[in-house]
Design a binder for this molecule. Sequence first.
Ligand code: ATP
Length: 250
Amino acid sequence: MTVMQPAAKQIEVRDLSVRYGEIAGVSNLNLVVGQGEIVALVGANGAGKSTTLKAIMGMVVPVRGAIIVNGENVTGQPAHTAARRGVALVPEGRRVFSRMTVRENLEVGGVTRPRSEAPTRMNDVFQLFPRLKARQPQLAGTLSGGEQQMLAIGRALMARPDFMLFDEPSLGLAPLLVETILAAIRRISRDFGIGGVLVEQNVNVALGLATRAYVLARGQLVLSGTSAELRGSPQLQQAYLGTLAGSPGR
Ligand code: ATP
């Protein structure tokens, strides 16, 4: 008798190219994120990090390549169906619903799940960020930047996705809050088995959290490896200066 194993959760970005008219967003990118794993996407401004996340979400349509989520080819499927595919984005700049309360923001995050699950999900968010529990009736627009980042993460977690995409979650936050946010991302991966793609300009932060990293420059993958391999690698320095971009033989 053959027992069917459930397919492993995985995001696979296969030979992805996205263009904005004449401008290449990313070119021929290959990337894999496994269940409960955190991988970092690092690179300078304009390297193509956000474009990669948008392509995984279905917010931009690639000119070439495929996005495979949990074995299903979802290339070109619209972003509003992403939550049902098991992927949630924590966007750059937080983008919480500022005229809604903290609680309402969380409820919106959970609309794709059965209503009966909401209390448990919300409790998970409050365990992760006790500050949000105290601020439930407060309008999201009146929260501090760090609290808005907690809410944006909490809202994504309400969908109980298989994967969360974090677009520069530490940007503009004070060091202590950065620690809080990074610790939460680690717990989300460890306690909930949710895989993460972490976009980060601060490479030390990224390598401290992720098990593996992909280094982009000018839309191209120039280096990838485990965080241990990449830490202190001279090639990483070069990649940041853009000198590896476009070099042959990769
Ligand atoms: P940042 O850290 O600045 O967000 P990034 O690594 O996320 O950078 P992307 O935002 O993905 O980089 O940009 C990749 C390339 O695509 C850049 O050359 C950028 O100027 C271009 N680009 C991104 N979005 C658009 C757009 N909507 N229209 C035109 N060009 C764009």
